[in-house]
Design a protein around this ligand. Structure first.
Ligand code: HEM
Length: 111
C-alpha cells in the first residue's frame, strides 16, 4: 500500500518517511513510488521501532502517524490508547521457525 497516502509536513519533517521511494527503487515504475508491504500486526508491540526506516520509536506515535497520513484523522490520546490496547492484545509467542534439513548427499555419507 502507499505510505504516506496524505503526506503531512510536520510528520515528514520529524520522521522523513517519504525520503525512501519504496518498491519504486526496484521496479522504476512511477506507480510504485512510496509503496510498502503492510506487515502483520502479530507481536507488533514487541517490534519497535516502526515503519520502513525505523524512525518512530513508540506504538502510540506509530498509530498517531498512521491515522494522520493514511486516514486524515487526528486521533485523541484516549483513542490512540484504545487502539494500542487492542494491538497489545495481539502479543503472543513468536511462531517457531525451523530450518529445513537438506537430505544428505551420497558422497557426504562416506565421511
Ligand atoms: C487507525 C488505523 C491504522 C493503524 C492503527 C495502523 C497501524 C500501523 C502500524 C503500527 C504500522 C507499523 C508496523 C511496523 O512497522 O511494524 C503500520 C504500517 C503500515 N500501514 Fe498502517 N495502520 C492503520 C491504517 C492504515 C491504512 C488505512 C493503510 C493503507 C491505506 C495502512 C498502510 C500501512 C503501510 C503501507 C504500512 C507500512 C509502512 C512502512 O513500512 O513504512 N495503514 N500501520
Amino acid at each position: 500500500m502507499k505510505f504516506p497516502t496524505l503526506p503531512d509536513p510536520a510528520i515528514e519533517k520529524e520522521y522523513k518517511i517519504s525520503q525512501d521511494l519504496g518498491r519504486y527503487q526496484v521496479t522504476k515504475n512511477d506507480s510504485d513510488k512510496h509503496m510498502w508491504r503492510v506487515q502483520s500486526w502479530r507481536n507488533v508491540a514487541l517490534t519497535a521501532p516502526y515503519f520502513h526506516n525505523g524512525a518512530v520509536k513508540t506504538l502510540q506515535e506509530a498509530v498517531r502517524v498512521m491515522a494522520k497520513v493514511q486516514l486524515n484523522r487526528d486521533l485523541k490520546s484516549h483513542e490512540i490508547n484504545d487502539i494500542v490496547a487492542f494491538l497489545d492484545s495481539l502479543t503472543s509467542d513468536f511462531p517457531k521457525v525451523s530450518l529445513p534439513e537438506l537430505p544428505m548427499l551420497k558422497h557426504e555419507a562416506l565421511f
